[in-house]
Write a protein that binds this ligand. Sequence first.
Ligand SMILES: Nc1ncnc2c1ncn2[C@@H]1O[C@H](COP(=O)(O)OP(=O)(O)O)[C@@H](O)[C@H]1O
Ligand SMILES: [Mg+2]
Length: 261
Amino acid sequence: MSFRLAASYNQPEQSEISKRGVSLIQNPKSKIQNSKPLVVRNLYKSFHSPAGEKIEVLRELSFKAQAGEIVAVVGASGAGKSTLLHLLGGIERADAGEIRLGEFDVTGAGAAELARFHNERVGFVFQFHHLLLDLTAAENIAMPLLIRREPRKRSIEQAVASLKEIGLANRASHPVSQLSGGEQQRVAVLRALITRPQLVLADEPTGNLDKETGDPVGAMLASYCRSHSAIVIVATHNEQLARDCDHHLILQGGSLTDFGF
Ligand SMILES: Nc1ncnc2c1ncn2[C@@H]1O[C@H](COP(=O)(O)OP(=O)(O)O)[C@@H](O)[C@H]1O
Ligand SMILES: [Mg+2]
């Protein structure tokens, strides 16, 4: 799986918006600069089974990611990959330890601050795209903007422009239920990126796709990461995909057993 900037998706037909230099996926002349690292220190997370037994999922977990880096989190099913992403994105709370994105203290934030962090600075991509099937591709992508009460016309225009960038403009007004699995996941990636988040968390984004349809998904994430100096964390079972990232974390027995480039 190629995860590099040499994106394997179709060259964009330049939209008015991308001509003005604010394209979503590829924006090499972007002035958007983010120098905020993600720092995780001594993270602990456990759950309780229905029988009341304590399940320790993450133990003493520490790592750092710099802006513009793609980090793979590898590990067997049940190793704690999704749990880690949920903690990083402020969806769940750690038992102990620290997560910081730049100056923002995720672990110490109150509920309202955390909700704002999640909505404004984090983009999430799931294995099963979680799109609204009856809505069109453009409406799904625009949804995070509409939730922020941005004007509908402009939000849909931005969504259509992002579809143009990946050569899917002709699918903009199709209900998502009519798209292929690979197309649906690319729409889900655009939805996660449309607000230009600093931190992108992708939970087995190609887990449900074959290589041919998975490659463009990885390429979109990589391209966004480089051009916006974002941090992308990808949980995956796929060792090849992980090798193509800047570095990888191997989760085993609740801790990181390796940390390599
Ligand atoms: N909400 C929860 N309640 C209880 N146990 C959970 C919960 N979420 C995850 N777990 C358990 O934590 C472990 C790690 O799960 P998960 O993070 O989903 O692993 P992965 O994504 O690597 O497959 C598993 O044993 C799982 O059953
Ligand atoms: Mg998982």
